[in-house]
Design a protein around this ligand. Structure first.
Ligand SMILES: Nc1nc2c(ncn2[C@@H]2O[C@H](COP(=O)(O)OP(=O)(O)OP(=O)(O)O)[C@@H](O)[C@H]2O)c(=O)[nH]1
Ligand SMILES: [Mg+2]
Length: 308
């Protein structure tokens, strides 16, 4: 699990260190950007909004210093359930204790949810960079200028950066600008550490990603993954995970006819886990019901959605 780019970075006093939060409404590309910066898959990504549910720190060490990027859940309106309120709370908590906020939006799309995030960023007392992502989808530069001027009103932000996280356009420039903004300080993390999250957490996320990709409608939002066992033995990693859903009917859908859905998800997740761990993986999945867990504070805590 080592990160090639982080090796041999010097630990001198003139290197920089700090935290940068990636915030924005769901689906703007926060997790894609973090993975692109780290050069590896850390945060899960799907085309569905509200994919990320927790803060995930990605640590990038170079010869200039160390930046801890904090990926966050998309801040959304109409957060009726306890899980949604948790996600918004966790995302907004990242505004504090960082040196810089990167506020991501989509080129050409400014919604009520973006305005809501912009409004809550007013109280932040560190610089806020506006990061306009997905510029590949809006190649007409004149259109982009009008959009930024009229809809986004970019005068409110310290800086504006144009990127396409998916193909990497503008990402080197963004990283350089972030580094320049951070204080001179020693790195806090070892240079080969690329996240603050445990293997168990990352494993649960990779399984959840495959479930979110494979399933539709309300199901991706009604499930969570809990790692029950994680053992290294006989030259492989044995992982047992429970997929929790809210109702019996959802359990049937997740399992599929003759178990085909769960089997396909399991195979794909096992491959993803092997890429992450660089070890052979044996994965067992079960599906269980925890009635209406997304609106139950106690169940949320049990499944790791904990403010602590
Ligand atoms: N065309 C294009 N698509 C992108 C780009 N960046 C991200 N995407 C796509 O946008 C979708 C959402 O990406 P995510 O990285 O999951 O977005 P997010 O902001 O982390 O979303 P939440 O976790 O739900 O808040 C995925 O389908 C990505 O492939 C980009 O630069 N260009
Ligand atoms: Mg995300």
């Amino acid at each position: 699990m080592s990160n090639e780019a982080t090796r041999d970075a010097p630990r001198t006093e003139d290197s920089r260190f700090g935290y940068a939060a990636l915030v924005g409404r769901p689906n703007v590309g926060k997790s894609t950007l973090m993975n692109r910066i780290l050069g590896q898959k850390l945060s899960i990504v799907t085309a569905k909004p509200q994919t990320t549910r927790q803060q995930v720190a990605g640590i990038k060490t170079t010869e200039k210093g160390q930046v801890v990027y904090i990926d966050t859940p998309g801040i959304h309106l109409a957060a009726k359930k306890a899980l949604n309120r948790y996600m918004n709370r966790i995302a907004q908590a990242a505004f504090q204790d960082v040196d810089l906020v990167l506020f991501l939006i989509e080129a050409g799309r400014w919604t009520r949810q973006d305005e809501n995030v912009a409004r809550s960023l007013k109280k932040v007392d560190v610089p806020v960079f506006l990061v306009v992502n997905k510029i590949d989808l809006l190649p007409d530069k004149r259109e982009l200028l009008t959009f930024l001027d009229r809809e986004v009103r970019i005068g409110r932000f310290s800086e504006v950066l144009l990127i396409a996280a998916k193909n990497g356009d503008g990402v080197d420039d963004l990283e350089n600008r972030v580094m320049e903004e951070l204080p001179f300080s020693r790195p806090f993390y070892d240079e080969d550490q690329f996240t603050n999250r445990s293997e168990r957490f990352l494993a649960a996320e990779l399984v959840r990603e495959q479930l979110m990709l494979r399933l539709h409608k309300e199901i991706p939002y009604a499930l969570t993954v809990e790692i029950e066992s994680f053992k290294r033995e006989d030259g492989l990693v044995r992982i047992g995970a429970v997929v929790w859903v809210e109702r019996k009917s959802q359990k049937q859908i997740v399992i599929g006819k003759g178990g085909d859905v769960l089997k396909q998800v399991g195979t794909r997740a096992r491959h993803a886990l092997q890429d992450l761990l660089e070890e052979k993986v044996f994965l067992r999945l079960w599906v269980k019901v925890s009635r209406d867990w997304t609106d139950n504070e106690r169940a949320l805590k049990q499944f790791g959605y904990d403010d602590g």
